[in-house]
Design a protein around this ligand. Structure first.
Ligand code: DGJ
Length: 739
C-alpha cells in the first residue's frame, strides 16, 4: 500500500489493496487521470497512459498545444467553460457573473492516516498505519479559489475515498452552483451500469443497463437519499459476473439530495460524477469561507461484483460504523408495531414482552404511539413526553418492568418531524421547513422540522436526552417518514435559501453525533418508512437500519439481496412477521420467514401472545439457531449464489474469516413440478479442507462443495403426490470444518 509521488514525471501512484489509481500533473498544470484498475508495479513510464490528440470541433486552450482540449482529457476534478463540454465536478459564479473557472495544480502533501471530515460522516482509521492520505491543492488565480482534493488509500481494502474542499481565497463573494465529491474519467464505455432502485416496500432492487452515449443518472431531490434510488452505482465490465471480471463501485456517504451520474461522450469516454445534487443547490461562499463535500468511497474489484460487495461490507462494518455495538453481536428483538400498531396499553405490551422472554428473545422495542396523545398518525410528533393513558407508569416504569422480565428495553422516535396537531408546532409554527405565503404540504399528516436552524436541533437534543437519561433504554429506533417539500428556512436569508436542504442534513448529523456521543451504551437503528434512508451516512451514526417495512419472506429475498450489493448483513434489520403478510397478503411458512430473516439482525414483529404451541416451539428453535450463527451472520463473508432477480431460486451463504464455518441458504419461491436433479456450487470454502454438514454424518471436501456443488433437496418427483412440498420452500445448512 502507499502513495508514490514521482517528482520528475509529476505522477501520483496510489496503491490500495490489489489496485492502482494514477494521476499526472500536466505541464499546463491540469490534473489528469491516467488509470484506475488492477494493481500495477510502479514505473517511470506511466505518462504513456495519456492519450489525446487534436480532433475536429474540439477547441484548444492555446495555439501552442492544439492537442490539449479538456473535452477529451481524462481529469480528476473537471471545470466548466474552458473547452470541456462534459458535466463538470463543480461550478462557481463570480460576482461579475462569470461561471468560468480553471483549476491548476499548486502543491500536495502526503500523510499517514486519515483526517475526519468536519460535520460529515466518513470512513475512518483506528491507527495511522491503516491508511495514507494525499491532498492535492488546485487553484484558480482569476476566481481566487482553491480546491483541495483528498484521496485516502487503505492498506487492507481495495478502496479509495475521495472528497473535495472548495475555499474562497479572495475578497469577493462566490456562489457555488455545484460542488460534487468526485469525478472519474474512464477511457471507454464497455460497461453495464448497476443501480439500486425501488420504492417503499421494495427497496434496493438490482437494476442494470448498458452504458450509452449521453447522460444516465440517478438522483434524489427529496431531502433524503430515499427508497427510490440509493446513493450508489457500479460500473461492471460486460464480461464480469458475481465472481469474475472488473467492477468499479461508487458509494456516497451522504443522506440527502444526491446525484450519481455517468456520461459517455462521442469518443466512448465515460465520466462518473457523484455528490450533493446540484439541482436546487446553491451555496454562498463569502471571502475566506470553505465548503466541504461529502465523501465518496470507490471500490475496485478484479473478481466480480461479490468481491466489490465484500470490500464495502468489511470497510463499512469496521471503519464506517462506530460505537460499542460495532463489533458486538446484536440482540434479538421483538417489536410491537405489526402486533398492535397504535392500539396498546401497558398490560398488552408486558404480555408480548413476557411471551418474548419465554421464547428466548433479548430486547423489547416499543414502537410508535407511546407519546403525546398519539392514537393514530394525525398528531403528537414533536411532543416527546409519555401518554399516561396508555402507560400510567411512564416509559421509565414500563422499561423497568420489561427489565424485570429479563429483557432489554428499546424505544421508537421520529425526531425530525412535527405534527400540526402538537404542542411543539403550536409553540413554534416557523420551526418547520416552509416558504412564506404558501401552504405547507403534508405527508402522513406531518411536517419536517427545520434542522438547518441551530435552536431546533438544540431543542431536539434536549428533549431526547431527557427521556434517554431517565428511562432504562438500551436501543433507539430512529424513524423518518416523509420527504421535504416547499424547501426553505425562516432562519436563512434570501440568498441562502437554496442551502436549506444541505444545512438540514448537516443539522441532522450534528444531532446524531451529539446523541450517540452522550449515550454510547445505546444501540441506534435508523429507519425511514422502512429502508427509505439506507445509506452510508446514516450507518456512520447508527450501525443498523430497518431494511424495509416489507417483511414478506419472498419480497425480502430481493430486498436483502439488493441491499447486500453495498451494505453488510450487520446493518440490515430482518424480522419475522405474521401471515397473511401485512404488505403483500402472502402466506409463507414460519420456516421460510425465519430462514430469510436469519440473514440479518434477527427479530420478530408479530403478536407473540397469539401463537400456537407448535409455532412457539418453532420460534424457540429459530432463536436458538440464530444465537448459534449470529456472529457468523453479522461478521462473516457473504457470498451471493443465485439471484432472485434472475429466477425462482435464491441462494446465498456466509463463511467465517478462517473458513472453519459456513452457513448456506437456498430458497425456492414457487414449486416446480417434476423438477430435475440440482446442485448448488458453494463459494469461499477451503478447497483443501473437509467439512461436515451439521446434523449429517457424511464428510465433504471443500473443493467438492464448491466445484461439484451441494446436492439440493428433491421438492417433488411426481411419483408420490403426498410428498409435494409446495411453494415458498427454504433450506439452510451449517457447515463445520473437520479437524
Ligand atoms: C415506519 C416504520 O418503518 C415502521 O416500522 C414503524 O415504526 C412505523 N413507521 C411507525 O409509525
Amino acid at each position: 500500500m502507499g502513495i508514490i509521488y514521482n517528482q520528475s514525471e509529476d505522477i501520483f501512484h496510489l496503491q490500495a489493496k490489489d489496485s492502482s489509481y494514477i494521476m499526472k500533473v500536466l505541464e499546463t498544470g491540469h490534473l489528469a487521470h491516467l488509470y484506475w484498475g488492477r494493481r500495477l508495479r510502479d514505473s517511470n513510464d506511466f505518462s504513456e497512459l495519456l492519450n489525446y490528440k487534436q480532433r475536429v470541433l474540439e477547441p484548444y486552450l492555446s495555439k501552442d498545444n492544439k492537442d490539449l482540449s479538456l473535452d477529451i482529457l481524462p481529469q480528476e476534478y473537471p471545470a466548466y467553460g474552458r473547452t470541456d463540454f462534459r458535466q463538470p465536478a463543480y461550478q462557481i459564479e463570480l460576482e461579475n457573473g462569470s461561471r468560468i473557472t480553471e483549476l491548476k495544480y499548486q502543491d500536495h502533501e502526503i500523510k499517514q492516516g486519515k483526517e475526519k471530515l468536519a460535520g460529515l460522516p466518513a470512513t475512518y482509521v483506528e491507527s495511522e498505519s491503516e491508511a495514507e492520505t494525499l491532498k492535492i491543492t488546485l487553484v484558480d488565480e482569476v476566481a481566487e479559489i482553491k480546491v483541495v482534493l483528498s484521496y485516502t488509500v487503505y492498506e487492507d481494502f481495495a478502496a479509495i475515498t475521495r472528497s473535495a474542499k472548495l475555499i474562497n481565497t479572495g475578497q469577493q463573494s462566490l456562489e457555488l452552483n455545484r460542488a460534487l465529491s468526485a469525478s472519474v474519467d474512464f477511457k471507454d464505455n464497455d460497461f453495464n451500469l448497476l443501480q439500486l432502485s425501488g420504492a417503499w416496500s421494495r427497496e434496493r432492487h438490482v437494476k442494470r443497463r448498458e452504458l450509452e452515449h449521453g447522460i444516465q443518472s440517478i438522483e434524489s431531490t427529496r431531502g433524503a437519499s430515499s427508497p427510490y434510488q440509493n446513493p450508489f452505482l457500479a460500473l461492471e465490465r460486460k464480461n464480469s459476473d458475481e465472481q469474475q471480471g472488473e467492477v468499479y463501485g461508487f458509494s456516497l456517504v451522504y443522506s440527502g439530495n444526491f446525484l450519481a451520474q455517468v456520461q459517455v461522450n462521442h469518443f466512448e469516454q465515460t465520466r462518473v460524477n457523484l455528490g450533493i445534487n446540484p439541482f436546487d443547490f446553491k451555496w454562498l461562499l463569502e471571502a475566506g469561507e470553505s465548503f466541504q463535500t461529502p465523501e465518496v468511497v470507490m471500490v475496485y474489484s478484479s473478481q466480480g461484483l461479490n468481491q466489490m460487495s465484500q470490500t464495502y461490507h468489511k470497510l463499512y462494518r469496521t471503519r464506517l460504523a462506530r460505537g460499542k455495538y460495532r463489533d458486538k453481536v446484536r440482540p434479538i428483538l421483538i417489536n410491537n408495531w405489526e402486533a398492535t400498531y397504535f392500539d396498546f396499553d401497558e398490560e398488552k405490551i408486558l404480555e408480548i414482552a413476557e411471551a418474548g422472554k419465554e421464547l428466548g428473545l433479548e430486547l423489547f422495542v416499543l414502537d410508535d404511539g407511546w407519546f403525546g396523545s398519539r392514537d393514530d398518525d394525525t398528531s403528537s410528533l414533536g411532543d416527546w413526553y409519555v401518554d399516561k393513558k396508555k402507560l400510567p407508569n411512564g416509559v421509565k416504569g414500563l422499561g423497568e418492568k420489561i427489565n424485570d422480565l429479563g429483557l432489554e428495553f428499546g424505544l421508537w422516535f421520529e425526531p425530525e418531524m412535527v405534527s400540526k396537531d402538537s404542542d411543539l408546532y403550536r409553540q413554534h409554527p416557523d420551526w418547520c421547513i416552509h416558504v412564506p405565503d404558501r401552504s405547507r404540504s403534508e405527508s402522513r399528516n406531518q411536517l419536517v422540522l427545520d434542522l438547518s436552524r441551530e435552536e431546533v436541533c438544540d431543542k431536539l437534543i434536549e428533549m431526547l436526552s431527557d427521556i434517554l437519561d431517565r428511562a432504562p433504554i438500551t436501543y433507539v429506533k430512529w424513524d423518518m417518514n416523509r420527504h421535504l417539500t416547499e424547501i426553505g428556512s425562516a432562519g436563512l436569508s434570501a440568498e441562502r435559501q437554496s442551502e436549506t436542504a444541505h444545512r438540514h442534513i448537516l443539522g441532522l448529523y450534528r444531532i446524531l453525533e451529539e446523541l450517540t456521543t452522550r449515550f454510547p451504551e445505546i444501540l441506534f437503528e435508523s429507519c425511514a418508512s422502512g429502508g427509505g434512508r439506507f445509506d452510508p451516512g446514516m450507518l456512520y451514526y447508527m450501525p443498523q437500519t430497518w431494511t424495509s417495512d416489507d417483511t414478506d419472506a419472498v419480497e425480502r429475498l430481493k430486498i436483502q439481496y439488493g441491499t447486500s450489493i453495498v451494505y453488510p448483513l450487520s446493518s440490515m434489520g430482518a424480522h419475522v412477521s405474521a401471515v397473511p403478510n401485512h404488505q403483500t397478503g402472502r402466506v409463507t411458512s414460519l420456516d421460510m420467514r425465519g430462514d430469510v430473516a436469519m440473514f440479518g439482525n434477527f427479530g420478530y414483529e408479530l403478536d407473540l401472545t397469539e401463537l400456537s404451541a407448535t409455532e412457539k416451539e418453532k420460534i424457540k428453535e429459530q432463536v436458538a439457531e440464530y444465537k448459534e450463527v449470529r456472529k457468523l451472520v453479522q461478521q462473516g463473508k457473504f457470498y451471493r449464489l443465485l439471484s432472485p432477480f434472475s429466477g425462482n431460486e435464491t441462494a446465498w451463504m456466509l463463511v467465517s474469516e478462517d473458513k472453519s464455518e459456513a452457513y448456506v441458504a437456498y430458497y425456492k419461491v414457487l414449486a416446480e413440478p417434476n423438477a430435475g436433479f440440482y446442485r448448488l456450487q458453494l463459494q469461499g470454502l477451503d478447497p483443501e479442507a473437509d467439512y461436515k454438514l451439521v446434523g449429517e454424518e457424511q464428510v465433504y471436501g471443500g473443493d467438492q462443495l464448491m466445484y461439484a456443488g451441494l446436492k439440493l433437496p428433491e421438492t417433488f418427483n411426481g411419483m408420490d403426490h403426498t410428498k409435494i412440498e409446495g411453494d415458498f420452500r427454504s433450506y439452510v445448512w451449517k457447515l463445520e470444518l473437520l479437524d
